[in-house]
Design a protein around this ligand. Sequence first.
Ligand SMILES: Cc1ncc(COP(=O)(O)O)c(C=O)c1O
Length: 397
Amino acid sequence: MTKYKVYHFDEKIERKGTASVKWDEVDRLYHAEGLLPMWVADMDFRVPDEVTDALKGRVDHGIYGYSARSESYLSAVQKWMRERHSWEIDKDWLCHSPGVVTALNLIVDGFTKPGDKVLIQPPVYPPFRKSVHNQGRELVTSALVYDNGKYTMNFTDLEQKMSDPSVKMMILCSPHNPVGRVWTKDELSRVAELSHKHHVLVISDEIHGDLVFNGKEHLPFANLSEEAANHSIICTAPSKTFNLAGLQISNIIIPNPSLRRIYLSQLQRFSLNEPNALGAAAAEAAYREGGDWLSQCLDYIKVNADYVADFLRNSIPELTMVPLEGTYLGWIDCRKLCLDKLQLQNLMLKKAKIAFNQGYTFGNEGEGFVRINLACPHSLIEQAMRQLHRAIQSLKN
Ligand SMILES: Cc1ncc(COP(=O)(O)O)c(C=O)c1O
């Protein structure tokens, strides 16, 4: 009988003094003091024991020369995709990147030329926009629609934008950060159909694909159909799933060999084709043995998400959390407070003393919202809600 290990996500682990961006840089970046960091997508949980053991084993060896991705690393990723997402991939399709944002920049640079346009769906993860601007390409937006407490894609607008022959690429966020949607088969199939019809290459950022709730299922875009596989690039990583961002390893999955050749030549060009030795060891252990940890972690995050939604409903009815289907990032609608973006930011930083990601940083469409990171011990979530409550009360006095 295999032993079932119980993880204690309630444990508050001191992170200050570990050069943590989330904890050590927060006051400097937000120009305030004593902030509770509920921002950046970084969990405050210790990784699965197997990951720590794998790292210790690698460290004990004591030699850290140039590293390759081993057969066993590639088969661990392959197995994860098969078992977790019913997606059968060839090891050949797996390409390295230190990070998904690095990959997005390499992809925009390598697959488009000056004058081409790249489409994104705001409100969305800010580096999407930056990866387009960084390469001097033109940005086209097709905003998500928020109606009746739910975000959806505007397919009429999407088709209109895609029918511009200069639109060569779409960066899809699946699941979507920050609105928490896990796109359905129908929605993704419509994106696939339109992108195929209008010859738009789809870059599907699926970094949050392992983080889904409420019986929702994440569907890898390239697994929808042969056509979708042929004109897409899928960005995945263990970095959100197991909080390994500081170890810098991700997997860019490219079924189409012609597209893969271009991506690999970009990696060569910038000398980014070798993984960090510790990152590879950690990622392999996480994919092989982290499944139980992840299930327990998701249950824990779900309790935090429900707590925030209930707390707001009962104690701060001016604020509402958009239902969370995926990611560990709650998207809170604060528009009933009728504050402009800087007033809302000041309220959160100066009165509540909380660093949320401000909605406007995800595009104008995010104005009036804040994003909360739910992947932390429950006591911190309670503390954040207490501080938020007090701040909102102060507005009324
Ligand atoms: C949608 C999305 N893509 C990419 C990243 C970051 O990826 P990386 O750290 O691998 O560059 C994040 C981090 O929050 C994210 O939300």
